[in-house]
Design a protein around this ligand. Structure first.
Ligand code: NDP
Length: 402
């Protein structure tokens, strides 16, 4: 029976392992490896019915991961550590002959800008080795890519405009906290806003543009234009897209704290010297603020993530909205998690099923939209993430030609 190895034991990994553990027929053993083995043991203790093997690994060291892969011989490695580990883990999988997936694209530690070029460079080597790598299979990126692929397959002849809209309207009761790894989250938000228009990447200052967006069950919220990695792969794989943007909501309290952190240099990613020691301010800030997984027990409210699309079908203009709504309380009830980690952690567990069963089997390095979206989307509702399609949706973004 195929074994899987999960690397990373944070908020997202906890959800994925919870879901994998419910398929003992497919995953009789789950190796859970992270920098701090105690976190792996704590997850294993919360899932006493599952056979989880905790291991310690520094995923930046290719040889260490290769040794662990050779010890356990899994069919698939799920990278749920941080984007910095994408390249060493892809390299280790290649050397050990193991399939690979992750939920976030590689970003060099000293350059806060996601780009797929580093991982796409592995395409030929994976193909030749007969191995498969699936990139960015969380929710956004991940399910959002599958929504666009589904729309291209079933709803449109051509898609011209894409706006991805993401709203966390939940309340965790803390003055400031991020919903996934703080360093990765704040690097993403504090970099310039970027979007694709007519084949070019357009750049605007960070958090300088916001629009009112209506979210199901939530109502109208101000959403800010930020850069997100799926824009790069989606515009490459759907060249009919004339424009692709990503919008995310933030509460006033969140923005007030974020601006203060930015103003005093606490979001800096370069080391400063403090009493003879190098300190990276953003890593120091992370130590002071709540661990995203710890928000779960008291978190209430909705999360809504979807894609608003405009294009043509049979020669006529058409619009569509495809989205998922989920409550933090539901995620807690199902896997003891908050909804942001849950939306990111459920899709890799489904992808693991599809990969070990051979439903998704294609040697090479793939973004989610290059794979058949149907089997993933069919399994989402039962796995806890219901989704809906609304055709002829009155889009929030009116700055496009009719
Ligand atoms: P956490 O910080 O909670 O967890 C990360 C885990 O990776 C920790 O257990 C950490 O170990 C471990 N880790 C870090 N470096 C190494 C290393 N060198 N070797 C081994 N283990 C390591 O992060 P999240 O769970 O919030 O996020 C995980 C990933 O999911 C991130 O890449 C994030 O960008 C992505 N994500 C994707 C989303 C999507 O929808 N696509 C949405 C949200 C997140 P330690 O405990 O020692 O620090």
């Amino acid at each position: 029976m195929p074994k899987v190895m999960v690397v990373g034991a944070g908020a997202v990994a906890q959800v994925t392992v919870c879901k994998l553990s419910r398929r003992p027929d497919l995953f009789p053993e789950i190796v859970l490896a992270s920098r701090n083995v105690e976190k792996c043991k704590a997850i294993a203790e919360r899932l006493p019915h599952a056979r989880i093997i905790p291991e310690a690994v520094d995923a930046d060291q290719v040889a260490d991961t290769v040794a662990l892969l050779e010890k356990h011989r899994p069919a698939l490695l799920l990278n749920l550590a941080l984007p910095y580990q994408d390249l060493p883990l892809m390299e280790a999988c290649l050397q050990a002959g193991v399939d690979y997936l992750d939920t976030a694209s590689y970003e060099p530690p000293d350059i806060p800008f996601y780009e797929y070029k580093y991982q796409w460079a592995y395409q030929e080597q994976y193909e030749k080795a007969g191995l498969m790598a699936v990139l960015g299979i969380g929710f956004d990126p991940g399910v959002t890519n599958a929504f666009v692929a589904y729309a291209a397959k079933h709803i449109f002849d051509e898609i011209h405009y894409l706006d991805i809209v993401d709203c966390n309207a939940g309340d965790h009761g803390r003055p400031f906290a991020t919903n996934f790894n703080l360093e990765i989250n704040l690097r993403e938000i504090t970099q310039p806003g970027r979007y694709y228009e007519n084949g070019k990447l357009v750049e605007i200052p960070a958090l300088s543009r916001a629009e009112d967006v209506r979210f199901p069950e939530i109502g109208v919220r101000k959403a800010y234009l930020i850069y997100h990695e799926e824009l790069e792969s989606l515009t490459k794989h759907f060249p009919t897209l004339r424009r692709a943007r990503f919008w995310m909501t933030f509460s006033e309290s969140y923005l007030m704290h974020l601006r203060a952190f930015m103003n005093v240099g606490l979001t800096r990613i370069d080391p400063i010297e403090y009493e003879g020691h190098p300190v990276v301010p953003i890593k120091f800030l992370q130590k002071l603020l709540p661990d995203p997984a710890s928000l779960a027990p008291t978190y209430t409210g909705w999360v809504s993530i979807g894609v608003q699309l405009r294009g043509v079908y049979q020669g006529k203009p058409r619009t569509a909205f495809i989205y998922t709504n989920i409550r933090h309380e539901w995620a807690y009830q199902d896997c003891g998690s908050q909804a942001v980690a849950y939306t990111a952690g459920v899709p890799p567990a489904i992808a693991a099923e599809l990969m070990v069963q051979g439903t998704w089997k294609k040697p090479g390095v793939w973004n989610v939209e290059q794979l058949d979206p149907d089997p993933l989307l069919e399994r989402l509702p039962e796995a806890g993430l219901p989704w809906k399609v609304v055709l002829d949706y009155p889009l929030d973004f009116t700055d496009v030609p009719e």
